[in-house]
Structures are given as C-alpha cells and as structure tokens.
Ligand binder design. Structure first.
Ligand code: NAD
Length: 308
C-alpha cells in the first residue's frame, strides 16, 4: 500500500527540534504528525525516529534518523518485511569538520590555551610540544561517508592520509589503503588515527590495548563513530601509561559520559557530547533524505540507505 501519513517519533528531539523537523515536510503530500510511545501504526504509516520501538514493526516503512542504527533489530524488520532505512550519507561535512577541528587543536594546543584562559593565565607551552598537522600521517579507519569526509579535509590541510577499508578501491585524498587484517601496520606510523566504522560485533573493541600499544606514543586517537569500538578501560589505561598522547572523543560507552569518568580529567583529551553532526540545519539535511526515500517508496523504487 501507499504511505498515507508520516509519523515523527518524539525521540527525534534527542538530536533535532521536533517541530522544526515536522515543518520541513510541509511540501509532502501526506499529513505529518509528531507521535509518542502510545501511537499505533499500520502499513500506510511511515515512521522517522531516533530510538527503536516494537510498535514500529506494524508500520509500512521506518527511518532511523541516525547513521548508526545499531540500536535497531534489523532481523526483526527483515522478518516483519518492513523496510528500515538509516541516515548514512549526510555527515561527511559535519563530522569531517569536527574531526579536523580536534586534530588541529590537538596539534596547535588550542584546548590547552583555553584551559589556561579560564585562569587568566598567559601560558607558554614547552617549545617541543606544538606541531603542524601538515605532513603528519592520519589513518582513517573506515572509509564510508564519515571516513571520506575526514580524509578529504585532512588532505586539504596537507596531511599524509592513509586508510583502512575492506575493499581496495581508491578513495580521493587517501594515498594508501590497508585491509582490516593489516590494521596494526596501518596505524603504526600514524600521528592521528580516526575511527569511522559502524558499531558491529566485528568492530566492538577493535581498538584495545594491543592497538594502543601499536600506535606511536605521540599519537592521538579520534573517535567520532561509536564508543564501544574503542575499549574505554583500555583507552584510559593507554592514556595513563603514555601508550598514546591524547584523544578527541565525541562518543562513549555510556552517554552522557558519567561525571566521575576519568576521561574528563586528561589535559590532552578533548570531549564533545556526541554532537559531531550538530549544526543549525541538521534537521533539514535529515528531512531532505527522508523525503527522497519517501518518494522512492511511493514510486515502488529501491530505497536509498535500506539496511533491512
Ligand atoms: P557509512 O555506512 O557511510 O560508512 C561506514 C564504512 O565503514 C563503510 O564503508 C563500511 O564498509 C566500513 N566498515 C564497516 N565495517 C568495517 C570494518 N570492520 N573495517 C573497515 N571498514 C568497515 O556510515 P557513516 O555515515 O560513515 O557512519 C559511520 C558510523 O559513524 C555510523 O555507523 C555511526 O555509528 C557513526 N556516526 C557518528 C556520528 C556522530 O554524531 N558522532 C554521526 C554519524 C555517524
């Protein structure tokens, strides 16, 4: 059946203003409603949501507004015959800029100057500490939307960008591609390692003590993907032992990051609150994607970003 209604689950408010998001669909030819947990669905309903709910399995099509759909049970969607789509493909600029921002700050010490600024302290760093990102090696692990967005921007800054991906197909701005089996070889010489893979059983704990020991002592880890991909206890130990020099982290095993988590206290760790994709037009980027898939559904075409 054709879709006759677009339901926006209130959990979208985790990332975007729900009213502004609903208004972005004013040119859609079906009614748009913001719904809560007590809503019932049938096959003529489309649902866009941040969080999964069992009741969505009664709908005609469900869109996860996130790129990472690891909270959604893809097998249940496949069994119910309900297409599930995600928001991959729109975060190259937003998350790419955040990742590059971390790297430039970690190299040029903006985070340290800002720390001292809160004390009105004219802090002059050790001569050896600052460096330019230009000519430094970055290894991007995962070369999808995020990974390519990071690689392209790092290349524009003159960094020496290598990457890890399952296929050896070349990627613009990436000088060398390593297979995931050769992860250690890929990260061993890098000054920065950026994680850009999805959270799956294969990638959980992909970065643990052996990887941190393989990385250079003066290397920085950037994680803008998902917390559990880098084992948090091992990361804290690596920072304490000096196995790596620091990190830029947007994602954590537990979010919000608990107040007593040791990661807060490292001078060389920059923490952002899982807002790597946040801009004042994020809701419009997602709405454009949802509209595109909506029209594909109505036309009986293959759905972009279908994950189940
Ligand atoms: P994407 O699907 O475009 O890219 C993921 C890439 O990782 C794909 O190329 C895939 O082939 C590759 N990959 C998967 N497993 C791999 C492995 N074991 N080794 C090497 N490569 C592997 O997705 P995306 O839009 O780039 O997003 C990636 C992840 O980043 C999402 O799943 C999500 O968890 C996270 N994310 C975070 C934010 C944020 O706000 N911080 C925003 C968007 C996405």
């Amino acid at each position: 059946p054709q879709l006759e209604r677009l339901c926006i689950h209130e959990s979208v408010a985790n990332k975007i203003p729900k009213d502004g998001f609903a208004e972005a669909f004013s040119d859609l030819d079906v009614p748009v409603e913001i719904v809560g947990d007590d809503e019932e669905f049938d096959r003529t309903d489309a649902v866009a949501s941040f969080r999964p709910r069992d009741s969505f399995l009664d709908a005609g099509w469900v869109h996860c507004i996130r790129a990472g759909y690891d909270e959604f049970d893809t097998d249940a969607y496949a069994d119910a015959g309900v297409p599930l789509t995600n928001s991959t493909g729109i975060h190259d600029t937003t998350v790419g800029e955040i990742a590059v921002g971390y790297m430039v700050s970690l190299a040029r010490m903006l985070h340290i100057y800002r720390d001292h600024q809160t004390e009105n302290d004219w802090y002059e760093p050790p001569y050896e500490r600052p460096f330019t990102v230009e000519n430094e090696r970055l290894c991007v692990v995962g070369l999808g939307t995020l990974g390519q967005g990071i690689a392209e921007r790092a290349d524009a800054l003159g960094m020496d960008v290598v990457g890890v991906r399952r296929s050896d197909e070349p990627v613009p701005g990436v000088s060398e591609i390593y297979h995931p089996d050769d992860l250690h070889e890929a990260i061993a010489d890098a000054r920065f390692v950026a994680i850009a893979v999805p959270h799956t059983p294969k990638t959980e704990g992909m970065f643990s003590t052996p990887e941190f020991e393989t990385m250079r002592d003066d290397a920085f880890l950037i994680n803008v993907a998902r917390g559990p991909i880098a084992d948090e206890d091992d990361l804290i130990a690596a920072l304490e032992n000096g196995d790596i020099a620091g990190a830029g982290l947007d994602v954590f095993e537990t979010e919000p990051l608990p107040e007593d988590n040791p990661l807060w206290d490292f001078e060389e760790v920059i923490i952002s609150p899982h807002r790597g994709s946040a801009t004042n037009r994020y809701h419009l980027d997602i709405a454009d994607l949802v509209k595109e898939i909506f029209h594909q559904y109505q036309a009986g075409e293959d759905l972009r970003n279908r994950v189940a």
